[in-house]
Every structure is written in C-alpha cells, then in structure tokens.
Ligand binder design. Structure first.
Ligand SMILES: [Zn+2]
Length: 140
C-alpha cells in the first residue's frame, strides 16, 4: 500500500554548496606496516577450535532433543489449516536465536513440517497468535 503524494516530486538543480569540501590532514592508517604484513601473512580469519567445539556440542544436544521429539510423536505440532504437510521435519525455535533463544533448549524447540515452518517465519503475527513466535522481552 502506498499513499498518494500530495505534491509531485520536482526535479531541479542541486542545492548550492556554501562551503567547499576540504581536507586538513590525510586519513590516518590504523595499523602499522609491521601489523599489516603480519595480518597479510596469517591468511583468512579462522574460527577457533574452542568455538567450533562449543557449536558442535550445542548442535549435538539439539539433534538429540529433536530425535527424542520425533520418536515421541513424529507429526507437525502446528497443523496450520491449508498449509501443513503432516510429518515434522524442522525444529523451530519460538524464541528465535536472534532474540537470544537457545537452539538446544527442549522448551524452545517445536517440531514443525517444512510448510508450517516457512509459513510461521513468513507470517510472524500469525505465528505469534499460534504461540510459535515469542518476543525477547517474553523470554524471562
Ligand atoms: Zn505443519
């Protein structure tokens, strides 16, 4: 939806610059030549082994939680009319990871079919009324 413009945009000349752009000092380099050489020699930035290990542990726990959910009841928990395809395929986090949700917390994982999962993310207001989307301020 767009509102009609009351006054159409008029193309005209750019406003006149009253003060010219000037530079008084060249931009300062933030790294010394030695540091730049060191960074160039070290190659691309790598994720640390500790960080990779933490991520692997979180996702191993998440996979175990999802396996247990599927073993208990393999069907989609949302069952959105006209959308649902039946079997649960995805683990959905009502409190999104971007909102601080824990991807391995069993209380923050809902088993959904891919269609319901896509629908929930495409329609956050619908998802909120179905309890599939929570705000960060609802987390505590
Ligand atoms: Zn579904």
């Amino acid at each position: 939806m767009s509102l009609p413009r009351r006054t159409p945009l008029q193309r005209g000349a750019s406003p006149a610059r009253r003060t010219p752009l000037t530079t008084r000092a060249p931009l300062a380099r933030t790294a010394t030549p030695q540091r730049r050489a060191q960074l160039a020699a070290s190659g691309p930035v790598q994720q640390s082994a500790a960080s990779r290990a933490r991520a692997r542990a979180v996702f191993a726990k998440r996979a175990a939680v999802l396996r247990a959910m599927v073993d208990e009841d393999p069907w989609c928990r949302a069952r959105i009319d006209g959308v649902c395809t039946g079997l649960g395929e995805d683990g959905h986090e009502p409190l999104l990871r971007s909102r601080g949700g824990d991807p391995a917390d069993p209380n923050n994982i809902v088993l959904l079919c891919r269609a319901c999962h896509d629908h929930a993310h495409a329609n956050p207001l619908v998802a909120e009324t179905l309890g599939l989307m929570r705000h960060s301020w609802d987390a505590a």
